[in-house]
Design a protein around this ligand. Sequence first.
Ligand code: NAD
Length: 290
Amino acid sequence: MKIAFIGLGNMGGGMAANLVKAGHSVRAFDLSAEAAATARGNGCETFASAKEAVQGVDAVVSMLPNGAIVKAVYTDDVIGHAPEGAVFLDCSTIDVATAKEVIEAASAKGYDMVDTPVSGGIAAANGGTLTFMVGGTEKAFERAKPILEAMGKAVIHAGDAGAGQTAKICNNMLLAIHMIGTAEAMKMAEKLGLDPQKFYEISSQSSGYNWSLNAYTPLPGVGVDSPADNEYQGGFATALMLKDLRLAMEAAENSDSAVPLGARAAALYEDFAGAGNGGLDFSAIIKTYT
Ligand code: NAD
């Protein structure tokens, strides 16, 4: 298949390389010359604009920083420029409203399109083990699925347009809440004199069981190996968690949803990122509990 790939950053670079490995011919574009050069090294053909990259393709995949950029790229360079009948897959994490708007604009011109944000970080993007949560019609999903399978380990149809983004932000709001809850409980147990490793052994097999504790233990030297054991480097950056929490708060407001814990988690991550910790893994928030 001929696939255009727009946005070859930390995530998109590895994803485009995996499409090449799966035998696709990838026509890539990024504003950054460095990212484009890396993509060429990985077997992509690169172009001077998105408009050129989408010529003659069967599909367009994008992995871009935010909703405003996704909207501009699709409106200016993709819709009406890619061949009739091409399918579009936006893998970026963006707000639900923009995702729906861009899919509507694409379908008004006869294109199938899905919003398909990912779970999994840079290692999963490079390793082809991302999880894709997909919003769009059944037909668009079926067309997108084989392309996504070349970049991930799980591809799930969440529902109609925008449902992928909804799943992503609700999941990450829950993740932020249970990470903070885990941090609070671990630090309080420690202050009360309980050995943190004992707390981990007990709670990870009791009703406190949760992913942040069991699979991503935020204290160094306790529980499983995690970014905490690497000075909170790698993993999922606090700045990206904050981005997702802001999107979640916007969606909560738009849908009149009560999210008192989500709002508190967003405020705590605002403070933590604002104190210069945006580059640390999000589990480092445990350091604020002294
Ligand atoms: P990144 O900043 O590394 O990459 C984005 C790329 O898009 C950059 O190379 C940039 O030059 C390019 N770009 C920006 N505007 C462009 C335009 N108009 N045309 C073409 N290229 C353009 O970001 P990333 O970490 O790869 O994240 C990409 C998306 O994936 C974001 O929406 C992010 O929220 C999401 N995400 C990231 C992670 C992660 O761990 N990094 C995990 C899950 C989801």
